[in-house]
Design a protein around this ligand. Structure first.
Ligand SMILES: O=C(O)CCC(=O)C(=O)O
Length: 255
């Protein structure tokens, strides 16, 4: 499903995720916000090596520890529409894998996968992962738009490449998809890189893919808004999963 931010409701976004396996919301970031986010990643990308395996992509740069390296995604990560969808789909949640992904010229298509496959849960199971893809370049078939298999969140067999559709979308959009949908980065056949940022969330009772409490320096985390601190792991899953010395982990940041 595809909509624009002016018209988007939590109900619509969740409905699109349930039927198609993804919803694209255009216009959620202004051109100025896209330019600022892109600019904030330029030096970081210049210092980031290309991938070490087929999954990361040998011509792709991945910016891990994103919230240690830029403040440009503090707002998008806590956008009311996104949090409304997460409240509905996951209930209690945290960041799992926030990653800048710059697919370089010549990169081949990433293997199709499900983001929730990192957790050894028998299927079918409740959604435990929701991902958001924020394109900072226009995503096209040619430059490596994410490919998804519509409706594949309900599949029990592995889909075929021929079943994928490209998530073409302008920079400034966001695509929201459950961890159960089959997808992968596209091949980049152009001579320019394709930059997007995934902010992936998982249920609060799971271990996130990245260990944010170690990845983001404590003095940086201490200055962030409380909701961001919670998403980085300074929170509990009620009644007390994640405590520190018997107390709420927020106390650690308060000194
Ligand atoms: O870069 C993309 O379009 C998607 C990447 C992806 O799905 C992943 O690395 O898990």
């Amino acid at each position: 499903m595809r909509t624009r931010i002016e018209d988007a409701t939590v109900d619509d976004v969740v409905a699109g995720m349930q039927t198609d396996g993804y919803t694209i919301v255009e216009g959620i970031l202004s051109p100025a916000e896209v330019a600022a986010a892109k600019q904030s990643l330029q030096d970081v990308l210049a210092a980031t090596p290309t991938g070490r395996n087929d999954f990361e992509g040998f011509s792709t740069r991945r910016v891990y520890a994103l919230f240690a390296k830029t403040r440009a995604f503090d707002g998008p990560a806590t956008h009311p529409l996104i949090l409304g969808v997460l409240d509905r789909v996951l209930g209690e949640y945290q960041f799992s894998a926030p990653v800048g992904i710059q697919i370089g010229p010549g990169e081949k298509a990433q293997v199709l996968h499900r983001d929730d496959a990192v957790y050894p849960l028998p299927r079918p199971h409740q959604e435990v992962v929701v991902n958001t893809m924020w394109p900072l370049d226009d995503f096209t078939v040619e430059n490596g738009a994410t490919r998804l298999v519509p409706g594949s969140q309900h599949r029990t067999d592995a889909p075929d490449e021929s079943e994928t559709v490209p998530a073409e979308m302008p920079a400034g959009s966001v695509m929201i998809y459950p961890g159960s949908v089959w997808h992968g980065g596209g091949a980049n056949t152009t001579d320019r890189p394709r930059l997007g940022v995934i902010i992936e969330y998982c249920s609060s009772w799971l271990r996130p893919q990245e260990n944010h409490v170690l990845a983001v320096p404590r003095e940086v985390a201490a200055e962030l808004p409380e909701r961001l601190q919670e998403l980085l792991g300074y929170n509990i899953y009620p009644p007390f999963v994640g405590y520190v010395d018997g107390r709420h982990p927020r106390r650690v940041l308060q000194g």
